[in-house]
Design a protein around this ligand. Structure first.
Ligand SMILES: [Fe+2]
Length: 390
């Protein structure tokens, strides 16, 4: 038997309408001067107000930093840090998809370091265990699970690399999880983020670093995501399906925060860094091919995932269940209109030229080593070639 760790926020408030509880959650921890970290789109569409209004109604005067970008960069984190130093909050509220929450986490980590430190000082294998102030995560997509994970991903703009930063300093103090915030999400973002959550659950479940506790989170996530991903794509206003996807995404976050992700995520980050493929979409491009390649190395696990997702009856044998899982991942890519990298607009020659660097970056992130079948750089390049589609 091995010894495993379980880390999670001290409080997770979850359910439709939970965002109204934000002031009370802050009060539980004696916090009263939040800096809300979000993005310009969420501010413009009015969703950010769903967090700000209850805070103001409770007599608080939240500061805001809404300059976060997709695939948050070191520069955005530094800009946020300047606002943090100026406004002197006692906590950060990351409100949005993964990017604002990840930005808030990176700001909190950097604020604990000596002035002038670059965020790359904390990329894996360093351990980012210290944060200067607590983060409360409020997700507006059912995807990243960042509100409950001990990870943040920041792009090194000088070196063109999406850096994985891990440690207790990146773990939110609390999460407020409200599926009603996802009701207006466009189909593309719904699909990409939902496929990200599915990837988290599946990769955590087959990870070499999985534990009995992370397994239970992964199982619970697969049960919810399996039957509901197509429902939220076809019927975006289905509140029950949205709630199930949000629960699934948060449970998947708890699973992979404690089991780590694997080869799909390892190969996915370079697609974001070099070609600005949104995170969920780059996972989705890779998921069927990487799963097929990994299948035999953890067949009982993949087969159980297929059963949990409701793809095959409980009595189905492993071989057939594993095949059904791969078939479903391919069908999901078609049904949810996931483009190949070629269809996304990435030219074959650029793809080919960057393969060695992408493979090197994938391996350096450490995630491929968690995969049931551990690839060489040459095998990663072969997998990249297989997905390009050009
Ligand atoms: Fe992810």
């Amino acid at each position: 038997m091995t010894i495993a760790s379980l880390s999670a926020p001290r409080l997770v408030r979850i359910g439709p309408g939970a965002v109204a509880h934000l002031p009370e959650v802050l009060a539980r921890f004696g916090l009263s001067r939040p800096l809300v970290v979000s993005d310009p789109q969420l501010a413009a569409c009015g969703l950010l107000e769903r967090a700000l209004a209850p805070l103001r109604a409770a007599g608080l005067s939240p500061a805001v930093f809404i300059e976060t970008v997709p695939d948050p960069t070191d520069r955005v984190v530094e800009a946020g840090l300047a606002v943090l130093r100026r406004t002197a909050p006692d906590c950060l509220i990351g409100f949005g998809g993964g990017s604002p929450i990840d930005t808030a986490k990176a700001m909190a980590i950097l604020a604990a370091a000596p002035e002038g430190t670059h965020i790359r000082a904390f990329k894996v294998p360093a351990e980012a265990d210290q944060a200067a102030l607590p983060v409360i995560g409020v997700p507006t997509t059912a995807g990243t699970g960042s509100e409950v994970t001990r990870f943040t991903v920041v792009t090194d703009s000088e070196r063109g690399e999406k850096m994985l930063i891990a440690g207790l300093g990146a773990l939110p103090l609390a999460a407020v999880v409200d599926a009603d915030l996802t009701l207006g999400l466009p189909p593309r973002i719904t699909a990409d983020t939902g496929l990200d959550a599915l990837t988290h659950a599946l990769e955590a479940f087959v990870s070499r670093r999985a534990s009995p506790l992370s397994d239970e989170f992964a199982r619970a996530a697969l049960r919810r995501i399996g039957p509901n991903l197509r429902r939220v794509w076809h019927t975006p206003q289905d509140r029950a399906a949205r709630a199930a996807m949000m629960e699934g995404a948060t449970l998947a976050g708890l699973a992979f925060s404690n089991a780590s992700v694997a080869l799909v995520h390892g190969m996915s980050r370079p697609l974001g860094a070099h070609f600005h493929v949104p995170h969920g979409l780059s996972n989705a491009m890779l998921l069927p091919v990487v799963t097929r390649w990994s299948l035999a190395a953890a067949l009982p696990r993949y087969a159980e995932a297929a059963r949990l997702m409701g793809l095959v009856p409980a009595e189905e044998d492993d071989q057939a269940a594993g095949a059904a899982l791969v078939a479903e991942l391919e069908a999901l890519s078609r049904d949810l209109a996931v483009p190949t990298p070629a269809a996304f607009g990435i030219p074959a020659d650029r793809w080919q030229a960057l393969l060695p660097r992408m493979a090197e970056q994938a391996l350096a992130s450490g995630s491929p080593a968690n995969n049931p079948r551990v690839p060489t750089a040459a095998e990663i390049m072969a997998l990249y070639r297989a997905v390009h589609g050009g």
